[in-house]
Design a protein around this ligand. Structure first.
Ligand code: AMP
Length: 402
């Protein structure tokens, strides 16, 4: 019996590597996730976990941190496990989530030596993430030289933004050398846009504000199916507060910290990326669910500040599009927290947003009240599926994947 053709999707972070395997159902052209998992705790006490399509645990293997396992050995372990486990499948391609495509790369990229060099050259734009993405591509190329690989970018969906959205009010030379707004979460916005427009084709030319609210959060203004503005900019720090990231901050604060507190680069980086956001304001947790389950006044403040800033940013997206025809919530918080959706929507009543309490609590696809001027939707995101679709489309041009 011939094997199923499957696509491996990798999302390599600083201390984790998430993976999924999508199987092509040949006749229908569908892609189904048959396996998901991750290696966490890389550099310390590493752990390998894998689940099947029904989220049943298939593997859970831990290493102690007395002698941390090198990243490459962990990847080899995961690939070997996948190979042994998926006896009916042949992995024919690998798609990678890559954070930065810079100014030039606006579409998924087939990996070869020149492509790896191009991704490497973008490390200065995303020093905390890009090196891990590139390392995973290199390692896979070494382990499976015959495997076709494709890089899919968080920035690419935003390449359609007009110059006004992309440009900082800095001297022209800096803009010309790439100090400008890029935007992130693009694979999520692309997937959510496709899903929404498939269900509501009448919005194809509409102005849609999408709130991707997860551990990392941002918003995107999508007009006629294309990104025209977004809240993250040069780095994934800008925009709304996140789990541990600060969101938009007066640059004067950085000057103050450097001048008055003699804080150096690494200390500031740690403060802005890992000690701010929901964690910094609450002093309790970066996890929205945890904060919503406590009565602590600082936890409440963190939640309120988050909702206030997201609502403000929705209005900014509406201004960028000169109007708004739909509001969408997605990602961990956006998909799972009716209370947060309600608190944000309440602040947008003046814009014509009204959420129906029962639909919101029931997490229906459309959660707006019957008389809401703006329809409001909850659309689950699936960045991994978007990557698998892109990967197979790059390798098999002309073949559609539902
Ligand atoms: P993500 O990065 O998209 O996986 O989202 C992670 C965030 O979603 C964390 O802050 C979680 O606390 C949050 N989250 C997941 N489920 C819920 C829930 N039921 N209520 C509130 N927040 C949630």
């Amino acid at each position: 019996m011939s094997k199923h053709q499957s696509c491996l999707v990798l999302n390599a972070g600083s201390s984790s590597l998430k993976f999924s395997v999508f199987r092509q159902q040949a006749a229908a052209g569908n892609l189904n996730a048959i396996l998901t998992g991750q290696i966490s705790g890389i550099g310390g006490a590493a752990r390998f976990e894998a689940k099947d399509a029904d989220r049943r645990q298939l593997a859970d293997h831990s290493w102690d941190d007395s002698e941390p396992m090198p990243r490459e050995k962990l990847l080899r372990f995961a690939l070997h496990w996948i190979h042994e486990h998926l006896v009916d499948d042949e992995i024919v391609a690998a798609g990678h989530r890559v954070v930065h495509g810079g100014k030039e790369i606006s579409a998924p990229l087939r990996i070869d030596a020149a492509a790896i060099d191009a991704l490497e050259a973008l490390v200065p734009l995303a020093p905390l993430h890009q090196p891990h993405n590139v390392a995973a591509i290199r390692m896979l190329a070494e382990i499976y030289p015959e495997l076709s690989q494709v890089a899919c970018f968080d920035t690419a969906f935003h390449a359609t933004q007009p110059w006004q959205a992309r440009t900082f009010a800095l001297p022209k030379e800096l803009s010309d050398e790439g100090v400008c707004k890029y935007g992130f979460h693009g694979l999520s916005y692309e997937y959510v846009t496709h899903s929404l427009l498939a269900a509501r084709p009448e919005l194809a030319n509409g102005r849609i504000a999408i709130c991707h609210l997860g551990n990392g959060s941002s918003l995107c203004a999508v007009q006629a199916g294309e990104s025209v503005d977004t809240s993250m900019s040069f780095s994934a720090l800008d925009g709304v507060p996140m789990g541990t990231r600060c969101g938009a901050l007066d640059p004067g604060v950085l000057l103050y910290l450097m001048r008055e507190k003699q804080m150096g680069l690494e200390e500031i980086e740690d403060l802005l990326y890992r000690r701010s956001g929901l964690l910094g304001v609450s002093g309790i947790s970066n996890d929205m669910k945890v904060l919503q389950e406590t009565d602590d006044p600082d936890a409440r403040k963190a939640v309120e500040l988050f909702c206030h800033r997201v609502a403000r940013e929705v209005a900014a997206m509406a201004a960028a599009m000169e109007g708004i025809d739909a509001l969408v919530f997605t990602a961990g918080i956006g998909e799972n927290s009716p209370a947060i959706r309600e608190m944000i929507s309440r602040r947008l009543g003046w814009l014509g947003v009204q959420v129906d309490a029962a639909r919101n609590a029931g997490r229906q696809f459309e959660i707006s009240a019957a008389d809401s001027r703006i329809p409001v939707f909850v659309v689950p995101t699936n960045e991994e599926l978007m990557i698998a679709k892109h990967t197979l489309a790059v390798l098999n041009p002309g073949v559609g994947h539902a």
